[in-house]
Design a protein around this ligand. Structure first.
Ligand code: UT7
Length: 349
């Protein structure tokens, strides 16, 4: 049996944060942000009320309902995020609890592949359905970037592009075509080019910071030190230009790889949903693939870059707008931290 996307859902917080709002905290402008990224505004989670898990659950309830099942029917959860509620356990089990799933005949897996987390999760779900192991897999991508961004001028090269939100799909077996292929890639030599290394278990491997314990037999010590907080070492770092240059090449490469392996042509694509990293990246992909405007969907203008959530949010919005119909060939593609990248081709049911 192949796997199909049986239900889609998304949730974005009510709180709209415009480019103008950002100028209160950093030296930036609406003009700069729109020109370089296409972003006009993003959503930020409601303080003390929302987390990646609660937002993921809101998106999941819609996807579950549209798949014609109830939460208790879900037999496997895959949760992709880089901004989890807790360092551990991951959001998978938190989502199970949030959805009120009390049965324990269920697995919960956390995926840490940042911008390509949804594609990686989709690929894992596809294999589990094909093997017959699970019948109703809930795949969620959810992010709360607002929790960990540097809103001072020092952090403007990173902070202006990210937003909060969640998207979800339910995967089920189908006798139809469904997911035709998924392609996954990684290149760890770029690991620190887009990264949040603190707090982590490197124990000074990169920066030789003294993590606290004088006993050399205790190599690490503390996850978080005062130095990390005072020197802003707990914010993400991004070499924007390097990421950009690599992304535009790899997006096109991995889409063509998926098309080639299925014997399809770029002209067969009915809807392209790229990870919403930067509108200029999406436009480059569109031009390279020769896609007309109606065959590519972008919503980064409204939500910014929501990392693991961006593809399912865009997929759901496109579907709700009637831009994806039965029989359509939908192409998903992502590139991001790791570097990791991937693509998927889906024949919509
Ligand atoms: O989804 C995860 C993967 N991430 C991506 O795909 C992101 C890929 N990269 C990008 O989207 C772009 O590199 C950014 C939007 C992050 C940055 O755009 P850029 O055109 O690469 O700008 P830059 O970093 O080269 O900076 C150009 C100038 C610099 O000033 P100087 O040195 O030329 O005087 C920056 O200091 O723009 C300045 N700058 C800003 N100015 C106003 C950087 N950020 C800002 C800002 N507002 N927010």
């Amino acid at each position: 049996m192949n796997a199909k996307i049986a239900g889609v859902g998304y949730y974005v917080p009510e709180n709209v944060f415009t480019n103008e709002d950002l100028t209160q905290y950093m030296d930036t402008s609406d003009e700069w942000i729109q020109e370089r990224t296409g972003i006009k505004e993003r959503r930020f989670a409601t303080k003390h009320k929302e987390t990646p898990t609660t937002m993921g659950a809101a998106a999941a309830r819609i996807a579950i309902d549209r798949a014609g099942i109830s939460p208790e029917d879900v037999d496997f959860i895959i949760f992709a995020t880089l901004s989890p509620d807790y360092y551990f356990p991951g959001c998978g089990v938190l989502l199970q609890r949030e959805l009120g799933i009390t049965k324990t005949e269920i697995g919960a897996l956390d995926v840490r592949n940042q911008c390509s987390g949804f594609i990686y999760g989709l690929s894992v779900a596809d294999q589990f359905i094909r093997s017959g192991m699970y019948k109703n897999i809930l795949l969620v991508g959810s992010e709360m970037h607002s929790m960990g961004l540097d809103f001072s001028t020092k952090g403007r090269g990173v902070s202006v592009i990210f937003g909060d939100g969640a998207g979800a799909v339910v995967l089920q077996p189908t006798e139809g075509e469904g997911i035709l292929t998924t392609k996954l890639h990684s290149d760890g030599s770029y690991a620190e080019e887009l990264a949040l290394i603190n707090f982590g278990s490197h124990g000074g491997y990169h920066d030789e910071v003294d993590y606290g314990y004088p006993d050399p037999k205790i190599p690490g010590g503390l996850f978080a030190t005062e130095k990390m907080v005072t020197e802003g070492m707990m914010y993400p770092y991004m070499n924007g230009q390097k990421v950009f240059k690599k992304a535009v090449v790899k997006f096109v490469e991995v889409i063509n790889e998926a098309l080639g392996s299925t014997g399809l042509d770029k002209k067969d694509i009915d809807m392209m949903i790229p990870h919403q990293a930067n509108l200029r990246i999406s436009q480059f992909v569109q031009q390279s693939m020769g896609l007309p405007d109606e065959k590519i969907f972008n919503n980064i203008q409204k939500y910014g870059n929501t990392t693991a959530a961006s593809i399912p949010i865009a997929l759901c919005e496109a579907w709700e707008a009637g831009k994806i119909k039965s029989g359509d060939l939908v192409c998903l593609a992502a590139f991001g931290s790791g570097f990791t990248w991937g693509s998927a081709l889906v024949r919509w049911n």
